[in-house]
Design a protein around this ligand. Sequence first.
Ligand code: NAD
Length: 475
Amino acid sequence: MLLNLIASRWTPSASGESTPVFNPSRGIEIARCPLGSRADVEVAVAAARAAFPDWANTPAGERARVLFRFKALLELHIDEIALLICREHGKTLVEAQGDLRRGIDVVDLACGIPSLSMGQKLGQVARNIDGEAERFPVGVCAGITPYNFPAMIPLWMMPMAIACGNSFVFKPSPKVPLTAARLVELFVEAGLPPGVLNLVHGGVETVQAILDHPDVAAVSFVGSTAVARDVYRRGTANGKRVQAAGGAKNFMVVMPDADMDLAAEAILSSSFGCSGQRCMAGSVVVVAGRAAEPITERLRKLTTGMSVGATDEGAPVGMGPMIDQGAVARVRQYLLQGGEMLVDGRLAPNPPEGFFIGPSIVAGVGAESVLLREEVFGPVLTLMREEDLDAAIALANGSQYGNGAVIYTRSGGAARNFARSVNCGMIGVNIGVPAPMALFPFSGWNESFFGDLHVQGNEGVQFYTRTKVTLTRWT
Ligand code: NAD
């Protein structure tokens, strides 16, 4: 049974409930994760609250030194952590390394906290009066994360919140708790005082206890849209600041003038990377005009040639398993929705054990198909044909979501029109995934995000701090 980390000590959960953690490549249980109770949240928040005043008062440069040491430890253990991700999530080794690498980028950013959190001053803002604005940490922050990026998403939150002088309670996904525990262990080893970072394993009840706790000032959440919406409503109703990122439906438009080889490779990795379990996964490819034939043939060929296999030992396969049997069943359900199966992942030579389903391409679905509206979150690519760019943009803008959209073209005008017209927060031009980059906010819109300040970049610093303005008169 996994343990919580409270005030730098590994502590058993007070809850009697737990859930299995699987190695999805083999379909076998490798650990049990406690489903934390309100009592677990209580002790974690109490530890964080006790640690907050001293940490908040620690000079930013001293806090940054802990971040530098954390970064060094992550670099030192990158192979070990990547293999852990392969083992409990099922990513390929390259995907797992990328997961951690993107997270380390955020630690890099947080190392710059002394300059990132500098305030502003205007002498003589009024007659004989000087004005200054200074950033202060908000208090106890909490992070609630999904299963699909076991390292990157916790690292969107913890390093920046803690660098800003907050203390933190982290509730990872119970499907991938091993990576979470290792990250927290290394962060504490880097020199965090006890209670600045606490880990509570759990599920729904744990999240609700965090959202209801009066001593939690801010909550960062990433997960599915239905839960993100509820978390946002409950957290803000309880007076907290909340940033809650949700699901997605990402459209990729291929114009007739595109570099078809580049587009096909990029679409393949976008749609089937991490077995389609990415909030930025390309889900619908829209081929405009006469782009249809060249891109369809390339995609069919590349997809059929993908190898699917176990990733727990870091084997170099094209695509690994899905997270659990429920995820495979959900994808199978979507494949029953009609349309022409250009590639049928159910027929792929999938390994006999583990949670596998091969990559699929479905074409010719109707405008009302759930494949155009709902997030599949699996290796299913839907292919649509439209007359021209305007029609493709209209299709993309029919989505309730707003995470990302991509265009493949050689025309600057088409790319510009697309980037300005598509109703979502992350745009890609001739790339697979407009991935979250630490220096910029990860900007989901519409039903993909609830709140105003996103994770990462300057918005991350703003979310985890509040401004105090002081006006001073000396005569
Ligand atoms: P999920 O919503 O099931 O779970 C996310 C977190 O919420 C977990 O920690 C889980 O324990 C908790 N949780 C689950 N149900 C809850 C409930 N009813 N009440 C309170 N808490 C609850 O998401 P998941 O299946 O782990 O992850 C996949 C989803 O996350 C996809 O929809 C994906 O698009 C989304 N996602 C979004 C982003 C983004 O940045 N927008 C990034 C990664 C993943």
